[in-house]
Design a protein around this ligand. Structure first.
Ligand code: ADP
Length: 451
């Protein structure tokens, strides 16, 4: 129900009234704020329905009013056509099915006890507000304007038709413009796609080339490393015989059975012998390292008894612990003290670490421990010696590297790289934690079940 009094009322009795109704309908629609298109729609629907009612019910009383929709409270324009004679079957079906689509709603409703044919169209949100004052104003305005003649309405209808045609044409033009824009865009997208594909292929080619180069470089690196190991192995092997001969000969020279030497000669021969001894040590270590690097050392896997191994190290290294201020402590490994490993290689590693500990510790202790955690053994050698600055923790594992300064006490700088190689062969790791002045701890971690 619309509530407020109608904006405009008129009677539909003869054919000419159809034109008037059409014209007035458009005026009302314009007055409440419907857009041009909607004005034409409602005017057209009105004239169609009016024609039907004139035929079936002898005409109608028409009332235009504004109501507000229940949900959004938005204004809606209603046109109620109360038939002069009751509608056949009390219902109404427009002759043309398309009429219903011109408005939001078209159908028969009961209004104030009567059956009316009602159509409605929502007023757009941007239309001026339809306050009761504004509605009263509109009512007055619409009442004062006189309806035009049928000819006027025909002219108006023609104008509308031309405008509608123009609109259709302009829409078609717009569509053409849109189409050509779309084609343009498509061409652009295709060009972009082609460019991207090309760039991708280019990048792929680059990556492939890079990989090939990388493969080649690694092969070169491998070859270089192999030839270095071979060279070291050959040189040290070749050097061993003459160096051993020098040691033997110098020992012979100093022997009491040989011709006596002057004191100075004796001192020099002893110097030769000890230098040759150092050289032999270096040659042997080089040979070991070269062998480990070239993969020519095959661990002899067996169940190793750590307690026996530790006992043996305790015995052999005691001879090296010559400083009374330094105690060598070998702890008893916890049971079950077994690990699958190569006993000789493992002993070599631990001996090397203990030897270093004793070499670089002036007072305190050097301690060998064994700890088992889950399926790993941690075998650690810790000392209370000079310690190593953190920045050099990795460098001391490089061949020939020795920490510079007053702490140098002979040696070759090959012991730790060799030890690490061996531990890797045994499937473990060799790590260091140390700080200058606070001693060092080297830890060999091994899987209990071997590599
Ligand atoms: P070398 O002992 O024959 O010099 P290594 O490879 O065994 O060769 O050790 C390299 C260097 O690492 C040593 O020269 C020494 O400077 C440092 N280093 C090794 N072990 C210790 C340690 N326990 N305490 C302090 N410095 C150490």
């Amino acid at each position: 129900m619309t509530g407020a009094p109608p904006l405009l009322q008129m009677a539909l009795r003869v054919e000419q009234d159809i034109f008037v109704l059409r014209q007035r309908g458009r005026e009302v629609a314009a007055a409440v704020g419907l857009e041009h298109q909607d004005q034409v729609r409602i005017a057209t629907a009105l004239s169609e329905v009016a024609r039907d009612l004139l035929l079936t019910a002898g005409g109608a009383d028409v009332a235009f009013s504004v109501g507000f929709d229940v949900v959004a409270g938005r204004p809606v324009l209603y046109a109620d056509l109360a038939p002069v004679r009751p509608l056949p079957d009390g219902s109404y079906q427009p002759q043309s099915g398309a009429v219903a689509r011109l408005v939001d709603m078209l159908g028969v409703v009961a209004a104030e006890g009567d059956t009316v044919v009602r159509m409605s169209r929502r007023v757009p949100a941007n239309a001026p507000a339809l306050t009761p004052e504004r509605l009263a104003e509109l009512r007055a305005e619409l009442g004062s304007t006189a309806p035009g003649t049928a000819l006027d309405e025909l002219a108006a209808q023609n104008e509308q038709l031309i405008a509608a045609l123009d609109e259709v044409r302009s829409q078609r033009d717009e569509l053409e413009v849109l189409n050509s824009e779309l084609q343009e865009t498509n061409r652009g997208v295709m060009a972009l796609y082609n460019q991207l594909t090309e760039e991708l292929e280019e990048t792929n080619r680059g990556v492939v080339a890079l990989y090939a180069e990388l493969d080649e470089k690694s092969a070169q690196l491998r070859a270089a490393s192999e030839s270095k190991s071979r060279f070291l192995a050959n040189v040290s092997h070749e050097l061993r015989a003459p160096v051993t001969a020098i040691i033997g000969l110098s020992r012979l020279l100093g022997d009491s059975a040989s011709d006596p030497l002057t004191a100075e000669q004796g001192r020099q021969v002893e110097l030769i012998r000890s230098s040759a001894g150092d050289l032999l040590g270096l040659v042997n270590e080089l040979l070991d390292l070269a062998k480990a690097e070239s993969g020519r050392i095959e661990p002899d896997w067996a169940e190793v008894d750590l307690r026996a191994l530790y006992g043996q190290l305790r015995g052999t290294l005691r001879a090296l612990a010559t400083r009374p201020e330094v105690e060598l402590v070998v702890e008893e490994p916890p049971l079950p003290a077994t690990v699958r490993s190569d006993e000789v290689l493992l002993a070599q590693v631990l001996r090397n670490l203990l030897h270093n500990g004793l070499k670089f510790t002036e007072r305190g202790e050097v301690r060998l421990r064994a700890e088992r955690r889950d399926d790993r053994w941690s075998l650690s050698v810790s000392d209370t010696g000079v310690g190593i600055p953190p920045a050099l923790h990795e460098r001391i594992f490089e061949e020939f590297y020795q920490v510079p300064g007053a702490t140098r006490v002979g040696g070759t700088g090959l012991g730790l790289p060799y030890a690490r190689r061996l531990v890797m062969l045994l499937g473990g790791t060799l790590e260091l934690s140390s700080e200058p002045g606070r001693g060092s701890t080297f830890t060999v971690t091994l899987p209990t079940g071997g590599a």
